[in-house]
Design a protein around this ligand. Structure first.
Ligand code: NAD
Ligand code: MG
Length: 401
C-alpha cells in the first residue's frame, strides 16, 4: 500500500497496454497509487510518465537510458529512484508497497519479473502471455505455492474468466460444469488476402489490425494467428483446460471477446467494444467493478456478428502452436522463442511473412523438448531455440548475421 492506496507497479508502462493501464488509473487516483514505472529504453516517454505520476521508482532496462533518465529527473528536481537492468524490474515487482503488478512487457523479457511478482504473492495482472507460454508449469506452480492472484488481461482470457463461476480456480472445469472454452479471434488483417499474395505483405500491412491498436510484435502475431495459438496455450495453463476442450472461433468483428460453454448447453459470452481498458479495469477492481473509460457497446450500430472455423492452411502458426502444446515440456518455450526471432526479422524487413511459420517449424525440429519445471531448463531451451531460429533466418537471408 502507498498512503492508504493500492500500490501498482507497471512493467512495460511505455507500451500499448502500459498506456491503457495509466489511462484507467488516471480515473481512480483515490484508490490506486503508481509505485513503479518501467520501460526498456524509451527514456523520453518514461520521463514524461514520471512527471505525471511521481512513482517511487522508475526502471530502465537499458543502462544508458537509465542514466539519461536519472539526469533528467535530477534536473527536474523529482525524487524518483532510478534502477537499471532486469534486477531493477524484479525489485519493483516484489517491493512491500507493490500490491498489484501489471505484467505488460512484450515477449520473453517479461518472464523473470513476472515470475518474481508471482513468487512474492502479488496480484499479477497478466498481459505478457509469452511468459506463461514459455514457462507454464513453473509459472502456475509458483502462483499456487505463493498464493499469488493471477488475473488475465488478454481480452479473450479475461472474457473467459468473467464467464466462469466464482471458486472456479479451486474446483476446475469439471466441477464447474464447463464443457468447452471458446476462444474468439478476429482472423487479423489477412483473413481474406489471396493466399499467393501472403508472401509479399509488408510489416506495415501486418501491423494494421482491423479492430485493435497494439504493439508491433503482437500485431504481427495476430496477422499470422500465432497470437491465437499462444492464447490456446495460455488458456490451457490459466484454466487447467485440456487442449481438446479449447475451441478457436474466428469472429471478425471482435465484439464477443470469448465464451464458455456449459454441460447443459448454455453458452456465456463477454461482449464489449474492442478496448483493452475494459479487461484492465476488470482485473484492477476485481471482484468489484469500476469505470474504464470504454464507451458503451452500441447494439444498434453493430453490423452482423459472424463466426467461422479457423483456417489451419492459411495460418500454419496455429497448427504449430497446438502441436507444441501437445508435445508438452519446453516445446512451447521453443515455439515462442523461434517466433520472437522470426517476427523481429520480419519487422526489420529481413524475412518474408510466410517465412515466419517455416522458421518456427524448423526450430521445433531442432530442439527436443524436456520438462519445463525449472527455470534453468526453460532458459536453456529458450536460448537454444533463439540460436537455431537465428541460423535459419541467416541462411534464408543469404548469410549476414
Ligand atoms: P508494446 O510493444 O506496445 O510495449 C512493450 C513494453 O515492454 C514497452 O513498455 C517496452 O519498453 C517494454 N519492453 C520491451 N522489451 C523489453 C525488454 N527487453 N525488457 C524490459 N521491457 C521491455 O507491447 P504491447 O502491445 O503493450 O504488449 C505487451 C504485452 O501484452 C505483450 O505480451 C502482448 O502479447 C500482450 N497483450 C497486448 C495487447 C494489446 O492490446 N496491446 C492485448 C493482449 C495482450
Ligand atoms: Mg488476445
Amino acid at each position: 500500500m502507498r498512503g492508504g492506496r493500492i500500490g501498482v507497479a507497471i512493467l512495460g508502462s511505455t507500451g500499448s497496454i502500459g498506456a491503457n493501464t495509466l489511462d484507467v488509473l488516471r480515473r481512480h487516483t483515490d484508490r490506486f497509487a503508481v509505485v513503479a514505472l518501467t520501460a526498456n529504453r524509451n527514456d523520453e516517454v518514461l520521463f514524461q510518465q514520471c512527471l505525471t505520476w511521481e512513482p517511487d521508482f522508475a526502471v530502465m532496462v537499458d543502462p544508458a537510458a537509465a542514466e539519461r533518465l536519472q539526469d533528467r529527473l535530477r534536473l527536474a528536481g523529482r525524487p524518483i529512484e532510478v534502477l537499471g537492468g532486469v534486477s531493477g524490474l524484479e525489485r519493483v515487482a516484489t517491493l512491500p508497497e507493490t500490491d498489484y503488478v501489471m505484467a505488460a512487457i512484450v515477449g520473453a523479457a517479461g518472464l523473470l519479473p513476472t515470475l518474481a511478482a508471482a513468487g512474492a504473492g502479488k496480484r499479477v495482472l497478466l498481459a505478457n502471455k509469452e511468459a506463461l507460454v514459455m514457462a507454464g508449469p513453473l509459472f502456475m506452480a509458483t502462483v499456487r505455492q505463493q498464493g499469488a492472484e493471477l488475473l488475465p488481461i488478454d481480452s479473450e482470457h479475461n472474457a473467459v474468466f468473467q464467464c466462469l463461476p466464482p471458486g472456479f480456480a479451486v474446483n476446475g472445469l469439471d466441477r464447474a460444469g464447463v464443457r468447452r472454452i471458446l476462444l474468439t479471434g478476429s482472423g487479423g488483417p489477412f483473413r481474406l488476402t489471396p493466399l499467393k499474395s501472403l508472401s509479399e505483405v509488408t510489416p506495415a500491412q501486418a501491423c494494421a489490425h482491423p479492430n485493435w491498436v497494439m504493439g508491433r510484435k503482437i500485431s504481427v502475431d495476430s496477422a499470422t494467428m500465432m497470437n491465437k495459438g499462444l492464447e490456446v496455450i495460455e488458456a490451457h495453463w490459466l484454466f487447467d483446460a485440456p487442449p481438446e476442450r479449447i475451441q478457436i472461433v474466428v469472429h471478425p468483428q471482435s465484439v464477443i471477446h470469448s465464451m464458455v460453454e456449459y454441460e447443459d448447453g448454455s453458452v456465456l459470452a463477454q461482449l464489449g467494444n474492442p478496448d483493452m481498458r475494459t479487461p484492465i479495469a476488470q482485473a484492477l477492481a476485481w471482484p468489484q467493478r469500476m469505470s474504464s473509460g470504454a464507451p458503451s457497446l452500441d447494439f444498434f450500430q453493430l453490423a452482423q456478428l459472424e463466426f467461422q472455423a479457423p483456417d489451419f492452411q492459411r495460418f500454419p502458426c496455429l497448427r504449430l502452436a497446438i502441436a507444441a502444446l501437445a508435445a508438452g515440456g519446453t516445446a512451447p518455450t521453443v515455439l515462442n522463442a523461434a517466433n520472437e526471432i522470426a517476427v523481429e526479422a520480419f519487422l526489420e524487413g529481413r524475412l518474408r511473412f510466410t517465412d515466419i511459420p517455416a522458421a518456427v517449424e524448423y526450430t521445433l525440429g531442432q530442439v527436443t523438448p524436456r520438462a519445463a519445471e525449472h527455470l534453468n531448463q526453460i532458459l536453456e531451451h529458450d536460448a537454444q531455440a533463439r540460436r537455431a531460429a537465428g541460423e535459419w533466418v541467416a541462411r534464408r537471408t543469404g548469410g549476414g548475421r
